[in-house]
Design a protein around this ligand. Structure first.
Ligand code: NAD
Ligand code: MG
Length: 366
């Protein structure tokens, strides 16, 4: 059997390293072509050695080399860069890959129609790696889509699930990046703590599964055993379960349509004493409300939500604003900015840049 050629974008990150583990466990199946990382040279070199990748590219001094290297036919590109920085590599990768496995949710939130149009144009299959969307994908019968009543995204609720708004005032970056169930990069950890991660995932689900906002629900499920569910009109609910380990959705995406063994954890049901589910509290976690408002308001609002959040999270991690101010800043920017026409990539990138500048101004003036 010929090995599948694979690119891993963001190979030194949390998802990237889990992907390296999966690929290293299946050297007979994968032939790594290109790995990318932003600044961690030693980690990138180590990853390249471990899986014997043909090329490894650092992007901290510009992405020209990465974009050029992506113009090479491969079977799979796994997109695991963090933030909108992943959009251009993703768009560049789509025409040259048969499958693009996307962990990098921000480009889908801010530029979903553009990414999907590019995939459609080139016949490229988009597979979700984000655990919730991977779960939905596994139980979403596309031929029965008109019989699907709703998608139920589960959310752990993050480290501050039971905190009052008062308790949240003094949360430090160190507390916010310590997630109870998942080990992840700093940005998504803060997003999980504010529940902005679930807000982004509502929009991500809207684009990946072509479902309207009113058919995407969120349920808080602190044990992170049920990774998401699909409810059909007859009342059947199909769930995907597993250990909270990204190696399972990564392995699924890399093996699709086949199933491969995963080097990750397996779920031990005898150690799961109970499963809880509760409605999310939109008063304490207003990010979820913003996601639904942005789905109603359109793509420009979704871009603003993402860009303002990226800037606000960076400011929080840098000690410039408090925890509660992250989502407050995003809401203020959403209220202040007029929607723009973002039908071209240039217009979209230009608007994204302006939203970031405006968000910095809001932060500095606070
Ligand atoms: P991370 O911070 O651990 O890693 C990010 C990777 O992107 C690194 O390899 C880094 O070198 C690279 N990178 C950072 N800035 C870059 C830039 N400006 N240009 C190019 N490359 C850059 O992040 P992560 O936790 O692995 O998350 C990656 C993406 O996957 C995010 O979009 C996140 O929302 C999504 N995701 C992560 C998890 C998880 O468990 N960590 C789960 C689901 C989805
Ligand atoms: Mg997720």
């Amino acid at each position: 059997m010929t090995k599948k050629k694979i690119n891993i974008l963001g190979a030194t990150g949390s998802v990237g390293q889990s992907t390296i583990d999966v690929v290293a466990a299946h050297r007979d199946l994968f032939d790594p072509y290109l790995l990318s990382a932003h600044s961690k040279k030693d980690a990138l070199v180590a990853a390249q050695k471990r899986v014997d990748a043909t090329h490894a590219v650092l992007t901290q001094n510009g992405s020209a080399e990465l974009l050029a290297r992506l113009e090479h036919p491969v079977d799979i590109t796994l997109a695991a860069i963090v933030g909108m920085a992943g959009l251009e590599p993703l768009l560049k990768a789509i025409p040259y890959a048969k499958v693009v496995a996307i962990a990098n949710k921000e480009p889908l939130v801010a530029a979903g129609p553009l990414v999907l149009a590019e995939a459609k144009k080139h016949g490229t299959k988009i597979l979700p790696v984000d655990s919730e969307h991977n779960a939905v994908f596994q139980v979403f019968e596309d031929t029965q889509r008109d019989k699907i009543s709703r998608i139920i995204l589960t959310a752990s609720g993050g480290p501050f699930r039971t905190f009052s708004r008062d308790d949240m005032c003094d949360i430090t970056p160190a507390q916010a990046i310590k997630h109870p169930n998942w080990s992840m990069g700093a940005k998504i950890s803060v997003d999980s703590a504010t529940m902005m991660n679930k807000a982004l995932e509502i929009i991500e689900a809207h684009y990946l599964f072509d479902m309207p906002a009113e058919r995407i629900d969120v349920l808080v499920h602190p044990q992170s055993v049920v990774h998401s569910m699909v409810e059909y009109v007859d009342g059947s609910v199909l769930a995907q379960m597993g250990a909270p380990d990204m190696k399972t959705p990564i392995t699924y995406a890399l093996g699709w349509p086949d199933r491969l063994t995963s080097p990750g954890q397996k779920l031990d049901f005898t150690k799961v004493s109970h499963l809880e589910f509760e409605s999310p509290d939109l008063e304490r976690f207003p990010a979820l409300r913003l996601a639904y408002e942005c789905l109603r308001d359109g793509q420009a609002a979704q871009l603003v939500l993402n860009a303002a959040n990226e800037v606000a999270v960076a400011a929080f991690l840098n000690g410039e604003i408090g925890f509660l101010q992250i989502v407050e800043t995003v809401e203020r920017v959403l209220n202040d900015l007029e929607a723009q026409n973002i039908s071209s990539l240039e217009a979209l990138l230009d608007f994204d840049k302006n939203v970031r500048i405006y968000t910095r101004d809001v932060i500095i003036s606070q």
